[in-house]
Design a protein around this ligand. Sequence first.
Ligand code: NAG
Ligand code: NAG
Ligand code: NAG
Ligand code: NAG
Length: 425
Amino acid sequence: MQCSWKAVLLLALASVAIQYTAIRTLTSKPFQLCPMPSPQNCGLPGGPETEPPFEGRGGCDDSPYFNFSASRKTHILVLATTRSGSSFVGQLLNQHSDVFYLFEPLYHVQTTLIPRLSHSRNAADRRVMLGASRDLLRSLYGCDLYFLESYIKPPPANHTTDKLFRRGASRALCSQPVCDAFGPADGNVEEGDCVKKCAALNMSLAADACREKRHVAIKIVRVPEIGDLRALVEDPRLNIKVIQLVRDPRGILSSRIETFRDTYRLWRIWRATGRRPYNLDLSQLTVVCEDFLSSVSTGLSHPHWLKGKYMLVRYEDLARNPLLKTKEIYQYLGLPMDKNVEEWIRANTRGSTELSAKHKYGTVRDSAANAESWRLKLSYDMVEYTQTTCHKVLRQLGYNAVKSAEDLKNMSLSLVQDKTFVPFS
Ligand SMILES: *[C@@H]1O[C@H](CO)[C@@H](O)[C@H](O)[C@H]1NC(C)=O
Ligand SMILES: *[C@@H]1O[C@H](CO)[C@@H](O)[C@H](O)[C@H]1NC(C)=O
Ligand SMILES: *[C@@H]1O[C@H](CO)[C@@H](O)[C@H](O)[C@H]1NC(C)=O
Ligand SMILES: *[C@@H]1O[C@H](CO)[C@@H](O)[C@H](O)[C@H]1NC(C)=O
């Protein structure tokens, strides 16, 4: 039993070192203590040789103090913003047979804690939201899906809910044993079909499915910048790999105008009339650029805490050359890329645009050839305005400004510079 007390001590120290701030005073749920390690989950000789069933439970056993070199989980975090192509990147991970994928669990944190956060840049609100988000992510990486329940409304009864945000975007949650409606022969299940045909989600089964997979990937769009995640990245119990996804802010703006018709209504009026409405909410644009700038500046300055854990991906590079870029991503993650991923790329990035317009968050519509199609949708003065507001981040990420309406519409002139961002290793 020697390993047990050591483990407890080390885990206790690790927990103390990590800052749990605002959230603990806010959730009704107490801070989760790690389960007592048993000799079995210390990786001692004589333990099970097969895939250890304990792996990742509660996020606690997954500690570097034990020898997990052969079976250590990778905790993949896609850090993105809405309409930056993050659904596409999410799919590249979701399709992998060893990956358990969740689509933006932080949605539940936001709607529960700060329903109006999108309109609030209040620093205190932000701290609360970030503290809660880190805590939730940490639990989810350990496959503790019950932790998420305290944020779901109405609260799940008997660990069952039909309110998990974008459940249908996760392959594992739409297939056996979590959902019996589809068998292996059904191939890729449409998100809407999953939601319609699968029974309410049994969180216990979902957690089991998570533990079965070798790796966990989570896509988030509600954390503004990488610095906000430092405590998570440095958590010794996790093995985080961040993929920061960026996109030309002009493209993001255009895509949001099309997608979020109510919130971006005034931008549509600007586009239609050629006049900028006096009450336009410019922060809808400036926030994107500021967040990118600070996040990317942090990432590219190679702080020690991001060593080996940060890769910057431009959506346009992925769209231009999806297979190659995806291979680079998997190489960085240290995982073999499997056949499913490759097949999904082939099926979804080649001239199948009419397949797509179905889903607001669909991935196909936005992929491949139309990474620069925003140029045909935005007016020149909107583009000019964006370029002025975001000039620093455009330069930093290698997006050219256009100097005339002709150049804007001349698609044989690409605005994306060839620029390589090598993962920080
Ligand atoms: C960890 O386990 C691997 C394979 O089981 C072994 O090769 C390695 O030497 C071990 N490392 C330590 C530090 O015990
Ligand atoms: C939860 O399970 C118990 C026991 O099976 C059952 O009596 C109860 O009705 C269930 N609650 C809901 C809300 O389904
Ligand atoms: C959820 O799944 C678990 C594990 O299979 C099972 O024991 C439990 O009864 C299920 N819950 C409900 C509400 O069906
Ligand atoms: C479009 O750009 C290309 C490349 O710079 C240039 O050769 C061509 O003349 C431009 N076409 C128009 C119509 O301006």
